[in-house]
Design a binder for this molecule. Sequence first.
Ligand SMILES: Cc1cc2nc3c(=O)[nH]c(=O)nc-3n(C[C@H](O)[C@H](O)[C@H](O)COP(=O)(O)O)c2cc1C
Length: 245
Amino acid sequence: MSDLIAQMQHHVSVRNFEATPLSAEVKQQLIAAAQSGSSSNFVQAFSIIEVTDLALRTEIATISNSASYVNQTGTFYVFVADLYRQASMLKAQGQSLAGIQNMEALLVASVDTTIAAEDMAVAAESLGLGICYIGGIRNNIARVAELLGLPEYTVPLFGLTVGIPKTKNQVKPRLPQINQVAQNQYPRAQFADLKQYNQQIADYYANRGSNQQQADWTSKNLDFFSAPRRPEVGDFLKKQGFTLA
Ligand SMILES: Cc1cc2nc3c(=O)[nH]c(=O)nc-3n(C[C@H](O)[C@H](O)[C@H](O)COP(=O)(O)O)c2cc1C
């Protein structure tokens, strides 16, 4: 196994950081890694906003319900799905914006953005740093967009904390491959038979070092999907210019 694959299998989200800012050199390396990923049709439909202003970071941290680690981390980036550049090009040529407004274009931008963030995450972990994605910024997506001055055809998808880990959680066991990987056809019963995994996750939550819980993967999912989350996100996307069609 390569060192990289071994590192990836030791990934954990870090939520307790040293309050040490990252050097300009390290940040440059992280950004370069994020920019190196594949990009659908090479549209590079993402932007990265580093939040260095303390008041701004504090407000975003509060929105995210992740105040302690967003404020404390080495640095904090917001990853933005971004078709504003394309909108500007199309407008300059007097062309229709329909091509960047539909659901497919939004998917393209969201996938490009996520690839960039994960490349940064893997790069950060290769340097011994820790990361945590912060989807909590979407708790008030319109306010985050306003705070960052985001224009139309952009969406703040998630934040990423990157810093020196103070403590780390245990690795969370992933789905058994039999529940997630198949050949040629989707095996419905096999993928939905989660008895073994539920036992494994229940053991993990009951015995982990901190924040022990009585829960398994099914109970977590039932809770998470008990009602639609952040229903206002659809309206925000429309306000940003996307048709969702
Ligand atoms: C898009 C995305 C958004 C996330 N948002 C948050 C968040 O707002 N706060 C948080 O503490 N963790 C967040 N996480 C981290 C997940 O909770 C974490 O990845 C998951 O529980 C698996 O744990 P692990 O990363 O330690 O293996 C997010 C992860 C992803 C991929």
